[in-house]
Each structure stands twice: as structure tokens, then as C-alpha cells.
Design a protein. Structure first.
Length: 379
């Protein structure tokens, strides 16, 4: 039987406990397990770095939501990314990355993986020809964010999957801004989907985690081996918190989108805003592609302050209901200055962000209260 997204979010991997009938998966807060005999662990559980029932429930649910063959949970989004790179790549390999991407992802490539021998090239992923030109004979991954962080650029997943696969490379899609509710990259040809479950999946700013969902069983097995060997797994309680958040992802994302659309309309009319970046705007260069591959356009909004960097920083400092803080995707609204905060590591690189940029994670509060806060912050 085929189920809808919200049904999967509540039930996939989460059958009632067979012993007690509990409808919520238990927190298996244990490091090890009694074995039935030497070499015969009960139900395959021997040590919680290798496998844990609470983590398994989360992994099964995430795989179902993304339409993948296997899900794997990690201690953070960057732990997931690092495990993926060291599973798929070897020293001397090459990766095409976005010229607009999360600062932590850039830092991982530029300051960690590059020292290990992994080469990379930044390209405009909205330009398929530019991506094709950036590839080499050593390219093993085309790494995509769509929408991108923080400029809200859009990449055509199906087109880039074709480019990657023609060259024998994998297409990896960081689906942070969209979440699986708004976009399912595997359905468009992606091989791997990356999530920081800290963000929309967890949704309540109370847990850090990451995940990979894969389209291929063998790749899933290879990643599971490295997940165990490298060990950056979430604890059972973190997995349980994330799974609890996932249950309401659909209803939360609808409100995030509703509120973001109102915020975009307000900012687009404001004299102290030089430009609004949001793929839901018809004039956005990626609007048609986003409409093709996304259900709606998300809760992330960026804008450029008409008064330059100083004005952008002042807006961030003056906001009250929008909390000044890093991260995104929680029920509460956040505001930040990417150049000084989340993307400071990209300063002086091809991924440097405009100094006048402000990024909003629009929460699910009463939208009129959010608009009033932006009005007073803009002054």
C-alpha cells in the first residue's frame, strides 16, 4: 500500500512496541546488548555504535520520507558529509561544489578534505553548462544545494543528475532548505540526499544530528560500514527527539511557507530593502525549475539591505521576535548576518557572500507579529 507523506512521517519505522503496545518507539538508552550465544546477537544488536533500535526507527523513517533504499543517521550534518566523502572518494579525486553553499560545507572541503587530497571546484549550479565545464576525469561527486544557502539559488536536479551520471559521478543533494516534504531529490535522479536533521526535520532547535539517504543498496551498505567504523552516530535520545520532530514536519512546513510568503511580500515593498531572494518570486531566475521540483518554496528568505553592510547588521541587532542566532528550520524565527556568522569561513573565497545580506529562517509564529518586528527592525 502506498501512503502519503504525513502518514509515513508518523508511522514509517514506528510500529507499536510488540511487547507493550507503546505507540512511540522506546528510547533504547543502552551501549551494549545481551547475546543469546557466542556469535549470535539477539536480532543482530551487539553494540550501539553499530546499531540501536531507536536509531534504526529514525533511519527507516527518513528513508521512507525521501523515497530512498536506506537511511543512515549521524551525530551532525557535517559528520554525515564527512562520512560520505571518505566512503565515496579517494585522495586525488575531485568534487564540483556550489559557488553558494553552507559555510560549514565549504570549510569541510577547503580546510579538511583538501588536506586529505580531495580536490574541488566551485561552480554556478544554476548553469548546467558551467557544471559540465567544471568536471574533470577525476570527478566523483557533483555536490548540490537547492535552494542554496544563503542566496536561495536553484539547481535543476534532473539535469545535473544527467551530467553527473554521464561522467560516472554521483549526484549528492543537500536538501536542508526544502526538507523531504517540499522536495525529494532521489525522485529526480539524485544518488544521495544529505540532511542536517538539526534543522527542519528535528524542527525544535533542541537536537543536533545529520542523515544520509541513498538510492542504491550497495552504496547504503558501504556507508553503513563507514558509519560504524568512523563512529559519528547520534545517541538514542537524539534519534528519538529527531523522530518526534519528524512527525509534524508536514504541518510545520505548510506554516513556514505561509509565513515566508507574507514576509517576502512585506520586504518586497519596503524602501530599505534593496532586493529579496526567494524562489517563490516569479522573477527569481530559478522560479520555473523550483516550481517543477518543489511542492512549495520553503521558509528561508534572504534580503539585501539598501544601506549596505552597516544597515544589514543593524537590522539583525534591532530584531526582537526574530532571534539573532545561527541555524534554521526551528519553530521560532531566526535572523542572522551570513557574512559575519554562518558563512564567515567563506570570506575571501569564491563562496564569499554579499556584506549587505540578511538571512531569515521564518518560523511558525503569528505572522503579523513577525511583520511588526521586521518593520521596527528596518526602522
Amino acid at each position: 500500500m502506498t501512503h502519503g507523506f504525513e502518514t509515513l512521517a508518523i508511522h514509517a519505522g514506528q510500529e507499536p512496541d510488540p511487547r507493550t503496545g507503546a505507540v512511540v518507539p522506546p528510547i533504547y538508552q543502552t551501549s551494549t546488548y545481551a547475546q543469546d550465544a557466542v556469535g549470535a546477537p539477539r536480532l543482530g544488536y551487539e553494540y550501539s555504535r553499530t546499531a540501536n533500535p531507536t536509531r534504526d526507527a529514525l533511519q527507516d523513517c527518513l528513508a521512507a520520507l525521501e523515497g530512498g533504499q536506506r537511511g543512515l543517521a549521524f551525530a551532525s550534518g557535517l559528520a554525515a558529509e564527512d562520512t560520505l566523502l571518505r566512503t565515496v572518494c579517494r585522495p586525488g579525486d575531485h568534487v564540483v561544489i556550489p559557488d553558494d553553499a553552507y559555510g560549514g560545507t565549504y570549510r569541510l572541503f577547503a580546510n579538511v578534505a583538501q588536506r586529505w587530497g580531495l580536490d574541488w571546484t566551485a561552480a554556478d549550479l544554476s548553469d548546467v553548462d558551467a557544471v559540465r565545464a567544471a568536471m574533470t576525469k577525476q570527478t566523483t561527486i557533483v555536490w548540490v544545494e537547492t535552494p542554496t544557502n544563503p542566496l536561495l539559488g536553484i539547481a535543476d536536479i534532473a539535469a545535473l543528475a544527467s551530467v553527473a551520471h554521464d561522467a560516472g559521478a554521483l549526484l549528492v543533494v543537500d536538501n536542508t532548505f526544502a526538507s523531504p516534504y517540499l522536495q525529494q531529490p532521489i525522485a529526480h535522479g539524485a544518488d544521495v540526499v544529505v540532511h542536517p536533521t538539526t534543522k527542519y526535520l528535528g524542527g525544535h532547535s533542541d537536537v543536533v544530528g545529520g542523515a544520509l539517504v541513498v538510492a542504491d543498496d550497495q552504496l547504503g551498505a558501504d556507508l553503513a560500514y563507514h558509519q560504524n567504523a568512523m563512529g559519528a552516530v547520534p545517541g538514542p535520545f537524539d534519534a528519538w527527539l529527531t523522530l518526534r520532530g519528524v512527525k509534524t514536519l508536514g504541518v510545520r512546513m505548510d506554516r513556514h511557507c505561509d509565513n515566508a510568503e507574507r514576509v517576502v511580500a512585506f520586504l518586497s515593498r519596503h524602501p530599505k530593502v534593496a532586493g529579496v531572494l526567494y524562489p517563490g518570486k516569479p522573477e527569481h531566475r530559478g522560479h520555473e525549475v523550483a516550481a517543477k521540483q518543489m511542492r512549495r518554496f520553503g521558509g528561508m528568505v534572504s534580503f539585501r539591505a539598501a544601506g549596505g553592510e552597516a544597515a544589514a547588521i543593524e537590522v539583525c541587532d534591532r530584531a526582537r521576535l526574530f532571534t539573532l542566532g545561527e541555524s534554521l528550520g526551528g519553530v521560532e524565527s531566526l535572523i542572522e548576518h551570513p557574512g559575519r556568522m554562518t558563512h564567515a569561513s567563506a570570506a575571501g573565497s569564491p563562496l564569499e557572500v554579499p556584506a549587505d545580506l540578511v538571512r531569515l529562517s521564518v518560523g511558525i509564529e503569528t505572522v503579523d507579529d513577525l511583520l511588526a518586528d521586521l518593520e521596527q527592525a528596518l526602522g
